[in-house]
Design a protein around this ligand. Structure first.
Ligand SMILES: Nc1nc2c(c(=O)[nH]1)N[C@H]1C(S)=C(S)[C@@H](COP(=O)(O)OP(=O)(O)OC[C@H]3O[C@@H](n4cnc5c(N)ncnc54)[C@H](O)[C@@H]3O)O[C@H]1N2
Ligand code: MOO
Length: 403
């Protein structure tokens, strides 16, 4: 298949060609940023029994409906050692935050609201309904599905799984993403540069994004501008799940990535996208392996990694867009769906406002530093005036200090 397709069509084709990875069992410590291969069911209820929310005394509500109620303290229920007996009429048991509420009790009087004299307790307040008791299973009940198959494992998901009494998780193994730069002019960061040479800067940032999205970046180095040099790198990397060739994607005499992968048996799924930046982004498959070909221009590579590589790694479908007010007017985008690097902030009146970087040239790297969102302008849309709402795709946290 060839020709220009829309962003939505590209996303649908990526979803249709989702990775199929083996499942493995790992300790919780190693599961962050992976995807679950099986649902996580609660092995316990949380809390496992009704517990006290405060330090004080477990009593029967019926005994403390009037001010000055006098009770007899019959024992202690420290957290982890439930009281063996029951709380009878006119009785109280010393209790602590997290302790199991003893049988018979249905209310906790906090210690600040009662006077203790040896085994006597006098309440300074009257109560009409149960207070400070956390009922069994209010967080979740044994057998509940806590996390679904395919879910991305976040910090919160790890705590939930641990609380559900799981020390290990069944996850899909992290996809290995082989970053293959291409260009006779490219040299490693920190090299002495001859005239015409430039730094191979794209893999550093892309590798970090891949890690953030649950993949394992693999540096396949820089292939020189010959079909044979590229092919050698492809053939030497048989354990790669997603090849990420950078550059050599366009129509120039030295743009050899597509033919090199085609020669290695990869079948094109799409060859370019009506998107700006990043029109030459392409996608091919060979059995279980995928190729997401990114343009070499740094902005194109970075933006298209967010748009097309992230969904393949995280399993997310459509992009989740939100609205923000643009602080500057935006021109009509033309025939390609356009993504502008931008800074989203919270304005003094508490609304999201977004500022497009003034220069959107696809060769620029520095604007990444301030970009925590991409403004999406649909193909053929009209220009917008300052103050109008536009769609944004968040790609980073809100800029600190502006909330
Ligand atoms: N006649 C046409 N020319 C171009 C078209 C077109 O449709 N017709 N498309 C343009 C668009 S859009 C883009 S985007 C670029 C894509 O070019 P390539 O993917 O082939 O990338 P290269 O030519 O290899 O490099 C472009 C640019 O990026 C620099 N680069 C490459 N790799 C890296 C790297 N790893 N780290 C940092 N910088 C890198 C490279 O030096 C070039 O300056 O094509 C347009 N041309
Ligand atoms: O659309 Mo190309 O990605 O930079 O200019």
């Amino acid at each position: 298949m060839s020709g220009l397709i829309s962003v939505d069509e590209a996303l649908a084709l990526l979803a249709k060609n989702a990775l199929s990875l083996q499942a493995e069992t790992v300790a919780l410590d190693n599961a962050l940023g992976t995807r679950l291969a099986a649902p996580v069911m609660a092995r316990v209820s949380r809390p496992p029994a009704s517990v006290s929310a405060m330090d004080g005394y477990a009593v029967r509500l019926a005994d403390v409906r009037t001010v000055g109620a006098r009770l007899r303290v019959t024992g202690d229920a420290p957290a982890g050692r439930p009281f063996k007996g029951a709380v009878g009429k006119g009785e109280a048991v010393r209790i602590f935050t997290g302790s199991v509420i003893p049988d018979g009790a249905d209310h906790v009087v906090i210690q600040e609201d009662a006077d203790r004299d040896n085994d006597a307790l006098v309440c300074r307040d009257a109560y009409s309904s149960t207070e400070h008791v956390r009922k069994t299973g209010i967080d979740f009940a044994e057998g509940d599905e806590l996390l679904a198959e395919g879910e991305f494992v976040t910090a919160a998901a790890l705590s939930v799984a641990a609380a559900g009494n799981h020390g290990k998780l069944d996850i899909y193994r992290r996809p290995r993403v082989g970053i293959l730069a291409n260009g006779d002019e490219l040299r490693a960061p920190g090299s002495a540069l001859a005239p015409g040479q430039i730094v191979n800067s794209n893999p550093a940032g892309l590798g970090a994004l891949i890690r953030q999205w649950g993949g394992e970046p693999v540096d396949l180095g820089v292939a020189q501008d010959t079909l044979m040099a590229i092919r050698e790198r492809i053939d030497a990397a048989s354990d790669i799940d997603i090849f990420l060739p950078i550059g050599g994607a366009s129509v120039g005499d030295h743009d050899l990535m597509r033919p090199a992968f085609a020669g290695a048996g990869f079948t094109p799924v799409f060859e370019k996208i009506a998107v700006k930046p990043g029109k030459p982004t392409w996608f091919s498959t060979r059995d279980g392996q995928r190729v997401v070909g990114l343009p070499g221009n740094p902005a194109s590579a970075f933006v298209c990694a967010h748009l097309f590589l992230k969904p393949l790694l995280t399993g997310a479908g459509q992009h989740a867009l939100i609205k923000a007010r643009t602080v500057s007017p935006l021109p009509a985008p033309g025939r390609r769906e356009t993504y502008l690097r931008a800074t989203v902030q919270v304005s003094p009146d508490g609304m999201l406002q977004v500022k497009a970087a003034p220069n959107q040239d696809s060769s620029l790297i520095r604007p990444f530093l301030l970009s925590n969102a991409l403004i999406r302008r649909p193909a053929e849309a009209s220009s917008v005036a300052a103050g109008e709402l536009v769609d944004i795709l968040p790609i980073g946290p809100l800029v600190p200090g502006l909330v």
